[in-house]
Design a binder for this molecule. Structure first.
Ligand SMILES: C[S@@+](CC[C@H](N)C(=O)[O-])C[C@H]1O[C@@H](n2cnc3c(N)ncnc32)[C@H](O)[C@@H]1O
Length: 243
């Protein structure tokens, strides 16, 4: 979507994305999720998958300024993304969310908050190098990733060695990765998964509601709030990319 004054995507920075979205014919079928069609153009702050990867290496242009880039994977309804964008106007925030309906809900929240420093991209968190160059992110956040507890679903888990390798490559030295989850293995497995990677664990909590998050200024996510109300502990861990 062209917006006066906003730079439009230029020829792609990489030849083609690795994320193979559902094909166009399937996405056009009227019986599929109505958000497939309506997410496009729903908000200036919403970037569809086939546009998102074209901003690789040029996110500063998308935001209209160069600023530290903070990325949340799986933003859901956008409580965290919006709260962080409001709390940190000097940083640029990009949420990466796969589901069509959720990107629309998230974008609406960003629109209501009138934040100029946040966008939501519909994209797959397993293909972050379609979106970002190595060593360019100031922070990554993963809040309540889908648990996939059954062993036969292991391949679907985001908190996995390959994902943490991607995070280590994409973060700048000194950049941080913060994970929160009510599914303990998503946090407790991390120290063994990062063996040999250039990460230092700088903080952890086994119950954020009781002990607080191991960092300043935590913003509660939608799932985090639900777990607090239900009395279910939320674990957290912060990793810093070594220099
Ligand atoms: C359990 S919800 C948590 C939502 C939000 N982070 C929160 O804490 O309230 C997990 C979210 O991750 C999204 N998600 C799952 N797999 C994803 C992927 N591969 N890439 C991007 N988002 C993904 C889901 O669509 C969902 O919105």
């Amino acid at each position: 979507m062209e917006v006066p004054g906003r730079p439009t995507p230029q020829p792609p920075a990489v030849e083609r994305p690795r994320f193979r979205d559902r094909d166009a014919a399937e996405l056009r079928r009227p019986d599929v999720n109505p958000y497939v069609a309506s997410h496009r153009g729903a908000s200036e702050r919403l970037i569809p998958a086939d546009e998102a990867w074209r901003w690789r290496g040029r996110w500063g242009e998308q935001f209209g300024r160069e600023a530290p880039l903070h990325v949340e994977i799986g933003s859901g309804a956008g409580f965290f993304l919006t709260g962080m964008a409001v709390a940190h106007p000097d940083w640029n925030f990009l949420g990466v969310e796969l589901r069509f309906k959720r990107v629309v809900i998230c974008a609406r929240k960003l629109d209501v908050a009138c934040v100029s420093n946040a966008r939501i991209a519909r994209y797959h968190g397993a293909f972050l190098d379609d979106l970002f160059e190595d060593g360019t992110l100031s922070a990554l956040y993963v809040n309540h990733p889908d648990p996939w507890p059954k062993e036969r679903h292991e391949k679907n888990r985001l908190i996995a060695r390959w994902f943490l390798e991607d995070c280590a490559r994409l973060l700048q030295p000194g950049g941080h990765l913060r994970i929160k989850s009510d599914h303990p293995p998503n946090v407790t497995r991390v120290p063994e998964l990062i063996a040999g990677l250039p990460f230092t664990v700088t903080g952890s909590s086994v119950d954020v509601h009781r002990d607080g998050a191991p960092w300043e200024g935590d913003v509660e996510t939608n799932y985090q709030r639900k777990k607090r109300i239900a009395g279910i502990p939320v674990l957290a861990m912060e990793l810093v990319r070594q220099g």
